[in-house]
Design a protein around this ligand. Structure first.
Ligand code: ASP
Length: 437
């Protein structure tokens, strides 16, 4: 077995209890060589994430409001973890340095990154691993662009000299020496970058759920976990709102063909979800997952001989571009076409858009249906299986759900249906049950 890179998210490193679970996981698997950690997250529903508190310190300073009380909360949390774990990672001294830097006007990225920095110091000490600062291996240009090759070179220069290491996620360093963070949730990206650079056999991403579920548990009772899913299928599901992993974390692992295993720190016995480059043939899994979003508008266009009209789509796309709107879907018939738009993009401009469509496209009829929900049924196994769409549409018909739009990607990996928002939950349940093996 090759090297494993394991990233632990905020809730997995929120306090000494969670860090104890992390140690058990890491000690049980000698292949885990590099551990990437987030800042401490929430310990309970109403709790604060350390990163949020750090941002709050900066906002207070910018508005010239005393920040010391918030800093004290951060101070207390870190020193309590250190004491609870019974170690001395020099956290008091570190916090003193950070406070001095803040007083001197440290940047927002520097301040925000300190949650990961301090947590990695503590966890490295607790595990007896080396601490490797992300600023020494994750590099950005002076303008903040992530530098892939420089980062790979730095990783391969620094990491071989340590046996096992804990590395803070979320940030790196610009060439000018200043700290730069990724976007929120960015420790996932750090893990993926390191996994690729060291050619890891697997990138384990430890969180507080046992992987992806086939449907939203707030809608479907006790949905089955997804055992394995390809990057492409996952992209479809994430686009529709299913999220566990930072989107940008997929790319580095995907190009290097490194599987990502989503695992649950609180239930390490669960296998979690394996995300792989190629879909794994699983005869039991026709549909990998179902995800959906509300808040769309469908504009249906009918025009006699539309099929023979040149430049129609270009003119339609031009109207959307002029209004700064991206088209979500464009299912077409012979003389009909539906444009599916995100309400957030329309942003109160629906009447103007419809007027422009009337005058520039001269349709025979134009029908607007607002409050549409889109539901994607995703599964690499669907292409090979006959009758998938019949099962899906049959299930919706049986529940009396009116389908306002259908779009099937050319890969046959997904079927997207548009239904009225009031039917959203019923439709998801019906599809889930129709494919539940
Ligand atoms: N701590 C950072 C955040 O809360 C990054 C991360 O946890 O991935 O966004």
């Amino acid at each position: 077995m090759g090297i494993k890179v394991a990233k632990f998210g905020g809730s997995s490193v929120a306090d000494a209890l969670q860090i104890g679970k992390l140690r058990k996981i890491v000690e049980a698997d000698e292949n885990i060589k590099y551990v990437i950690v987030s800042a401490p997250g929430k310990r309970f529903a109403d709790d604060s994430k350390i990163t949020d508190l750090l941002y709050l310190c900066k906002t207070h300073i910018e508005h010239k409001i005393p920040y010391e009380q918030i800093f004290q909360v951060i101070y207390d949390r870190f020193t309590a973890v250190e004491a609870d774990l019974g170690i001395d990672a020099g956290i008091r001294g570190e916090l003193g340095v950070i406070k001095e830097e803040i007083e001197k006007g440290a940047s927002v990225d520097y301040i925000a990154s300190r949650g990961e920095y301090l947590n990695a110091k503590i966890i490295a000490e607790y595990l007896g691993f080396a601490f490797v600062d992300a600023k020494d291996i994750v590099r950005f240009s002076d303008r903040g662009k992530f530098l892939e090759e420089v980062t790979d070179d730095s990783i391969n220069r620094v990491l071989p000299s340590v046996d096992k290491a804990v590395i803070p996620g979320f940030y790196g360093e610009r060439l000018d020496g200043s700290i730069k963070t990724f976007s929120r949730g960015g420790s996932d990206i750090t893990g993926s970058i390191i996994a690729r650079a060291v050619g890891a056999e697997v990138y384990e991403n430890w969180t507080d759920v046992s992987g992806f579920l086939r449907a939203d548990p707030r809608i479907v009772d006790d949905p089955k976990p997804i055992k394995s899913i390809s990057y492409m299928e996952l992209r479809e599901l994430s686009y529709m709102g299913a999220s566990v992993l930072h989107e940008d974390a997929i790319y580095p692992a995907k190009v290097a063909d490194i599987p990502i295993n989503i695992r649950n720190t609180n239930r390490p016995e669960d296998a979690g979800t394996m995300i792989t480059a190629q879909p794994q043939a699983d005869p039991d899994q026709v549909v990998s997952g179902i995800a959906g979003k509300k808040g769309f508008t469908v504009i249906g266009i009918y025009k006699n001989h539309l099929a023979g009209e040149k430049g129609f789509i270009r003119r339609l796309a031009g109207i959307m571009e002029d209004n700064d709107i991206t088209i979500e879907h464009l299912p077409t018939g012979i003389d009909t076409m539906s444009v599916v738009l995100d309400n957030k993009m329309i942003n109160g401009k629906l009447d103007e858009i419809v007027e422009e469509m009337q005058s520039q496209l001269k349709p025979d009829t134009l029908e607007v249906v607002e409050d549409i929900a889109l539901i994607a049924t995703v599964g690499a196994g669907m292409a090979a299986r006959k009758g998938t769409s019949a099962t899906l549409f049959g299930a919706l018909a049986k529940e009396g759900v009116n389908i306002r739009m259908i779009d099937q990607g050319s890969s046959e990996m997904n079927i997207i249906v548009g239904v009225e928002e009031k039917d959203f939950e019923t439709a998801i349940k019906a599809i889930y049950n129709a494919f539940a093996e």
